[in-house]
Each structure stands twice: as structure tokens, then as C-alpha cells.
Design a protein around this ligand. Structure first.
Ligand code: ISE
Length: 338
């Protein structure tokens, strides 16, 4: 039968994923949606053939749920993940795995104790066609060894309550993961500086920021995080190798000529820029779960922990205004590179 999917969290991401499972993930169907706001859970579940509940554990323990998607706020992920691991339920958990390294480690310990890989973390750029090609290019040696990555991560505007620290742990977290994944390397240190802030940003928000990532292998990655850029949603990465460069995310869609002008469109938000990546991530996750396996192309719990540790170092670097090393535990054999 189809993979019966339970969803915890019916906010913006959860609502998007509910439709993704129902309409664009073949061999899977949505059976239950949990959210503390029952009305919101009902709105998401309605029309998708799923039931709604306020209690996430109703979903996690339900006999008609084979796999779980977690799209609730990161602060509540840990107990949900531990319950799913306890039950042996495959989980696709939206980033972050958990908000900090210590709680992420508890998830790793639980999964290792269970003796089965069950957790995938929703770092969807690993499924973006351009990033996948960039990783192939870097791995092929055609550009020589990577020396630098130049990243720009631009959002049109920041939501109310979005803070300077969230720019690191909620936004640059994607560059922490793509750096590790593209380079097959760990992050050794993080530095954070900022120019004068844009007048378009809310009072007090350090926007943009310039985050420098040093990898254990000696690559330098600079990340411009700019969450009130105003013109659209743009995520780009240029890899600089010993024998060439490769740029992804520079432009999207058709080149338009009209009224004596030429140009193209900038995507409006991350669901637009990474919609196909999310769809591919979910399809591969569901296919693997139906086989009783995990998708090795996805980020696992170790990747979630390493991203959390890098975020902690990044926030400390921003606060202290100095280079901060990333403190990682020894990588267990259970999470050895595949
Ligand atoms: C958001 O949570 C995301 O994950 C988006 O990919 C990122 O661009 C945005 O800045 C984050 O707030």
C-alpha cells in the first residue's frame, strides 16, 4: 500500500508539505495532521483526506502512520524525534534537527541505540538540480580542488521578530550544510562581520551580515546573508577551484526582451526557488521509507548535529565579534561517511 504519512506542524512549511505529500509524492498519502491550533490542523487536513488532531503523539503512535514529517518549530523537535525513533518511524524533519548541538547529540544517541537510521533532516538544497551539478563538478576534479566558495543568500524581506541571530541559525544554516555537503568536509571555524545595515531592515537588525566559514580542509567560504534585499529571493553559490569556477543560482527562468529592455525574473520566495528540490527530496524520502531504508542523498542526524554546532559557533562569533571554532564530537562509526 501507499506510504501513510503523518505530519506534525501545520504552519507555512507544514501546509506546503501537506500538499506536497498529497499531490506530488507518488506512493505516499497524508493520513493525519497535528498542530496545537486544531483549526489550523483541520484547514490543512481538509480536502487532503487526512484527519486533524492537536496532539502530535496521536500521530506518532497511530497504527495507520508509517512515516512522519516534522514541520513544527525547531524548539519542539527533540521530543518528537525521540518518540518517532522509539517507535522506529522514518522521519523527515525540517531544519533544524534541534536548535543546539547538545540536544542534537541526544537524538543521535537515541538513533544509534535504536540501531537503525531513521532520521533525515530537510536540507533541501541537496536536491536542487544546480547544486547537485555543482557537487558533481567539484567531485569530478574538473575545476581542480576547491579553494573558495562565494555565497549570497538573499531574502526579499524578513518576517516580524526575525533577529540578527536567526539570520545565522535559521538562514545561514543552509550554507553550513551546503558547505559540508559540497566539499565533503567539516566546518572548523566561523567569523561574522557586518557592514552598515540597510535602512530597509527593522531597527537593530544587523542586515546584511558577512559570515566566513573555514573548513577543516582549508577552504574559505564567504556568505552574504541579506534578508531585506527587497528585489526577490536569490540564493547563489560560486565555487572557485584551482582550474576554474562554477556559479549556481545566478538567474532563473527565461531571458525576456521587451520595450527596449532585456532581463529575467527573480524568484519570490524559497518555495518558488526550491519547490522542485523539496518535491524531489520528498519523493526520494518516501521511496526509501517504503523500502525500509533511508535516502543516502539526504542529510542524516549527524549532518543535523554538525549544522547545529556550526550555528552555535556562528552565533557566538556574531555576539563576540571574533572568530569562533566549531566544537564537534568524534564522528561515530554509526554515522561514517557513506
Ligand atoms: C527559512 O527558514 C529558510 O529555510 C529559507 O530557505 C531561508 O532562505 C530563510 O532565510 C529562512 O528564514
Amino acid at each position: 500500500h501507499d506510504l501513510r504519512v503523518g505530519l506534525v506542524g501545520a504552519g507555512r512549511m507544514g501546509a506546503d508539505h501537506a500538499v506536497r505529500v498529497h499531490e506530488r509524492t507518488s506512493g505516499a498519502r497524508l493520513v493525519a495532521v497535528a498542530d496545537p491550533d486544531l483549526e489550523r490542523a483541520q484547514q490543512v487536513a481538509e480536502g487532503l483526506g487526512a484527519r486533524a488532531t492537536q496532539d502530535p503523539y496521536d500521530v506518532i503512535t497511530a497504527s495507520d502512520v508509517d512515516a512522519l514529517v516534522i514541520a513544527s518549530p525547531g524548539a519542539v523537535h527533540e521530543p518528537l524525534l525521540l518518540a518517532a525513533i522509539e517507535r522506529g518511524l522514518p522521519v523527515l524533519c525540517e531544519k533544524p534537527l534541534t536548535p543546539d548541538a547538545e540536544s542534537s547529540l541526544r537524538v543521535l544517541e537515541a538513533e544509534e541505540k535504536r540501531g537503525r537510521h531513521l532520521v533525515q533532516v530537510g536540507f533541501m538544497r541537496r536536491f536542487d538540480a544546480e547544486y547537485v551539478e555543482l557537487k558533481r563538478l567539484l567531485g569530478s576534479g574538473e575545476l581542480g580542488r576547491a579553494l573558495l566558495l562565494h555565497c549570497a543568500h538573499r531574502n526579499p524581506s524578513s518576517p516580524p521578530g526575525f533577529t540578527s541571530q536567526m539570520m545565522v541559525y535559521d538562514s545561514v544554516v543552509h550554507e553550513f550544510d551546503t558547505t559540508r555537503w559540497l566539499l565533503d568536509d567539516e566546518i572548523a571555524a566561523v567569523s561574522v562581520r557586518a557592514p552598515r545595515s540597510t535602512a530597509q531592515a527593522p531597527e537593530g537588525l544587523l542586515d546584511p551580515q558577512l559570515v566566513t566559514i573555514e573548513t577543516a580542509g582549508g577552504v574559505l567560504v564567504d556568505v552574504e546573508i541579506f534578508v531585506n534585499c527587497g528585489f526577490g529571493y536569490q540564493v547563489r553559490c560560486e565555487a572557485v577551484g584551482e582550474r576554474g569556477t562554477a556559479l549556481v543560482g545566478a538567474d532563473r527562468g527565461p531571458l525576456v526582451h521587451r520595450n527596449g529592455q532585456w532581463g529575467g525574473a527573480v524568484t519570490a520566495d524559497f518555495r518558488d526557488r526550491f519547490g522542485a528540490a523539496f518535491d524531489r527530496e520528498f519523493q526520494r524520502w518516501a521511496d526509501a521509507a517504503r523500502r525500509g531504508e533511508v535516502d543516502n542523498a539526504g542529510a542524516n542526524a549527524w549532518d543535523g548535529y554538525a549544522a547545529a554546532a556550526a550555528c552555535e559557533a556562528g552565533v557566538r562569533a556574531q555576539t563576540a565579534g571574533q572568530r569562533t571554532e566549531v566544537d564537534l564530537v568524534e564522528r561515530p562509526d554509526f554515522y561514517a561517511r557513506s
